[in-house]
Design a binder for this molecule. Sequence first.
Ligand SMILES: *[C@@H]1O[C@H](CO)[C@@H](O)[C@H](O)[C@H]1NC(C)=O
Ligand SMILES: *[C@@H]1O[C@H](CO)[C@@H](O)[C@H](O)[C@H]1NC(C)=O
Ligand SMILES: *[C@@H]1O[C@H](CO)[C@@H](O)[C@H](O)[C@H]1NC(C)=O
Ligand SMILES: *[C@@H]1O[C@H](CO)[C@@H](O)[C@H](O)[C@H]1NC(C)=O
Ligand SMILES: *[C@@H]1O[C@H](CO)[C@@H](O)[C@H](O)[C@H]1NC(C)=O
Ligand SMILES: *[C@@H]1O[C@H](CO)[C@@H](O)[C@H](O)[C@H]1NC(C)=O
Ligand SMILES: *[C@@H]1O[C@H](CO)[C@@H](O)[C@H](O)[C@H]1NC(C)=O
Length: 641
Amino acid sequence: MAQILLTFYILMTCLAMNVHSQQDYTGISSQDCDSNNQTGNNSQPYLYACNGEKRFCQAFLIFKSKPPYNSVKTISNLTSSSPKELARVNNVTESQLFPTNKEVIIPVDCSCAGQYYQKNTSIIIGDSETYYVLANDILQGLSTCNSLMRDNKEGELDLIAGMELKVPLRCACPTRNQFRNGTKYLLTYPLNSGESVSDIGERFNVTEKSILYANGFSEDDPNPTIFTSTPILIPLPTEPSSTSLTIIQNSDDDTKAPTFPPLVGSDPRKQKSTRKLYVVIAITAGCSLLVLVVALSVFFLVYKKRPKGLLLPRMGTRRLSPEDLRAEIASFEKGIHVYEIEEIKKATESFSSERQIKGSVFYGVFGKDTTLAVKRTRKDVFKEVNILKKLNHFNLIKLEGVCKYNDRFYQVFEYMENGSLREWLCENCSSEKNWSWAMRIQIALDIAHGLNYLHSFTKPGYVHKNIKSSNILLDGNMRAKIANFGLAGPAMDLETTTTTSTSTDHSQRTTASHVVGTRGYVDPAYLATGITTPKIDVFAFGVVVLELMTRKNAVAVQNGREVLLSKAVVEIMEGDCPEADLGVFIDPSLKEDNRYREFALRLAKLSVACLKREPESRPSMAEVVSTLSKIQADHLQKIDL
Ligand SMILES: *[C@@H]1O[C@H](CO)[C@@H](O)[C@H](O)[C@H]1NC(C)=O
Ligand SMILES: *[C@@H]1O[C@H](CO)[C@@H](O)[C@H](O)[C@H]1NC(C)=O
Ligand SMILES: *[C@@H]1O[C@H](CO)[C@@H](O)[C@H](O)[C@H]1NC(C)=O
Ligand SMILES: *[C@@H]1O[C@H](CO)[C@@H](O)[C@H](O)[C@H]1NC(C)=O
Ligand SMILES: *[C@@H]1O[C@H](CO)[C@@H](O)[C@H](O)[C@H]1NC(C)=O
Ligand SMILES: *[C@@H]1O[C@H](CO)[C@@H](O)[C@H](O)[C@H]1NC(C)=O
Ligand SMILES: *[C@@H]1O[C@H](CO)[C@@H](O)[C@H](O)[C@H]1NC(C)=O
């Protein structure tokens, strides 16, 4: 009898726990795009479960203003919320512009759709944006990569600028338990660097206990591990008020503001001592007299907390060598032609569909017979143009000119007859192309030369950050050039960043919310630290080499789950018989070559070296160039024999 009672009691407690359990904090995994893992296809969208008392409620989100989403109008449009309500809750007028990184409260009507709460909105996708970038950068963790992929049928590689995507935002309604304890609303709050649960409790005047409970943390551990830029739920007894909001000073957008070392993935307990300093900084940053003091203390802090093992080659401190001279000559700014909109319209026949190459790229005939490519965007291309005009290398796409008209930007590039490398490799093509070893090795070498120049022969050294086969273009002679510098930026030099004064550089330290790139090519080390180094491109190059060898996509779907090309090949190379397994993996058309095994193995080894988990273990692009040159020479010699 006692046993039955005990079982019954356990059963009831389990049931009760199920009914009353809150939303579990999903941590850093909610930023992931791996919707399908080995356990089948019940992928976690990382939205909040529909376990509230009501299926529909008023909820709130916190969003940090960031151009172009820096006004009542644009933020309400982004989130499909009422501009009037948004203005009221934030105690501003509807025409208000917010300073960058100002926290803005977004009132949303949250409702159950199937198993999960969500607020539906939509977004027009911009250039080189991915599900990952949308969820974690533009929407700041308020949506998730997995739920975006669930609600949109387009694959990651099919995203084209101008497409409209459905966006579920993360929101939730209080459970019965929370209601009983006076919680009326749940606020979805993406964490800032260095914040702890108790800081947040103080800010919103709610108990730590209620926050721990709302996110499924154990009460025994008041300092659970939480991650920058992932959201937690804050239970509120009243509407959130604009008085608890502040401007967060940790973005890389605001170059005047001091920036912090990345704290992503670190245990906040270890940052207890520095946390107070951050609060002090946030309070005083607005005061111009104290800015210097703040900057100095931050740099002191950065200096002391510098991550180990991430030291990069010093780029600024090389002795003058012939290489420097070459860099100087190459960096003479080319004249960039400024086109009139009429010229552009005439050349593209007013952007007629016949002139469309792909998405927002058109071909234009300028003058009598000069064919150029015109890329039309709404995003400010100033940064990209500024980089491009410094570049002068055969393997980097050449920018011929620019035009700005009515909030739109037009970039005019050299025209690349053979389209992108991805199209050329065309995984499912039935028609035969000349996919010879010689051609593929030449393309790899072209990309390597372009990257080597970008990393080492420009000042500052740049990182492309979005190397992928669709950003490699092929000219009439099948020579490859790197295109799309929209995400490119200067490489970080930690040595000089920490020892020189504030005025000399705008530190590129970022949090993971600013990590950019394309799924399948993103360096896991970059994902974890957000630190921009040339090794990001080396990693992505490793993936492109695999595409060249296999003609497969960087991300493939097999038996309903996603497979990363890079992972698959690393597994093969670490397996028992790499040679045999590689034979199955590589493109059949390469096997006509009777020494294909040797070259396949050499290329695969090069690729695997580029894909090493630790950035320090990967070769530099200069080393890649010399390895590939050797492979090319051996291959040519073989043909001669
Ligand atoms: C797959 O997902 C389950 C839960 O959904 C998780 O427990 C497991 O660790 C995941 N496996 C991998 C390899 O990520
Ligand atoms: C996985 O998804 C496929 C198609 O979406 C479906 O046919 C299959 O039943 C699913 N398998 C499981 C275990 O849910
Ligand atoms: C945002 O504005 C654009 C046009 O400016 C409009 O097409 C779109 O529907 C708006 N989106 C929402 C969610 O209101
Ligand atoms: C709203 O802002 C005005 C000034 O812009 C201020 O006087 C008023 O106290 C604010 N109200 C709240 C509730 O913060
Ligand atoms: C939101 O979208 C989902 C699917 O995309 C749909 O099932 C749900 O009904 C929508 N909710 C509302 C309130 O429109
Ligand atoms: C904080 O909340 C308590 C009740 O939980 C309330 O009495 C107090 O006035 C609040 N403080 C502020 C500053 O709103
Ligand atoms: C609700 O309040 C009671 C008593 O004040 C407290 O024991 C309980 O832990 C609270 N529950 C939550 C979820 O805050």
